[in-house]
Write a new protein. Structure first.
Length: 176
């Protein structure tokens, strides 16, 4: 009987010792260093380095071109509304994005006489009820642009049609 008890207790002691040893190791502070924010001088140097690269040169040429200026002007027109998170009236002009776009789900919309790509993080069934020439109220959380697209890209937060909310973005958990 004693041998059976010792045979059961010995593995129990060994396993609990291993568990306790692993617990102590996990409680030690992490030795990973968090990256420090770049100084202004370092950021400026990195930006100049990128601007001298082929991609940076191509982007600068696009910014100076008539197409680039049109896109940048369109983004500037609604940036105040985006920053203040105010409502903008829009008319849906197309239910599909330009060919070759990789933005996920979205529609084309005209806001104050300018065309924009209105992109959404989620693909909800209510958004499929939109039709061309629908008048909607939108709010966005950012406006971006890229040489690949001939229109500024508005990331949608909220869409309302006929006083009914058809899309509302759920904020991400955990900060940014």
């Amino acid at each position: 009987m004693k041998k059976v008890i010792y045979a059961l207790i010995l593995p129990l002691v060994a396993v609990s010792g291993l568990v306790f040893a692993n617990r102590e190791i996990k409680n030690e502070p992490s030795k990973k260093t968090t990256p420090k924010p770049l100084s202004a001088a370092t950021m400026k140097a990195e930006k100049e380095k990128w601007e001298a690269s082929p991609e940076g040169i191509k982007f600068k040429k696009w910014e100076a071109s008539p197409e680039g200026k049109k896109v940048l002007d369109g983004a500037a027109k609604i940036s105040r509304h985006i920053n203040d998170s105010t409502n903008m009236e829009a008319v849906v002009t197309s239910l599909s994005l330009p060919p070759g776009s990789r933005l996920g789900f979205g529609v084309m919309a005209r806001i104050n006489g300018e065309d924009y790509i209105l992109r959404f993080d989620d693909e909800l069934q209510e958004l499929y009820s939109l039709k061309v020439n629908d008048k909607i109220i939108i709010r966005g959380h950012s406006v971006s642009y890229a040489p690949k697209y001939a229109y500024p890209i508005v990331s949608g937060d909220y869409v309302e049609r006929d006083s009914k909310i058809i899309y509302k973005r759920v904020p991400r958990k955990g900060g940014c």
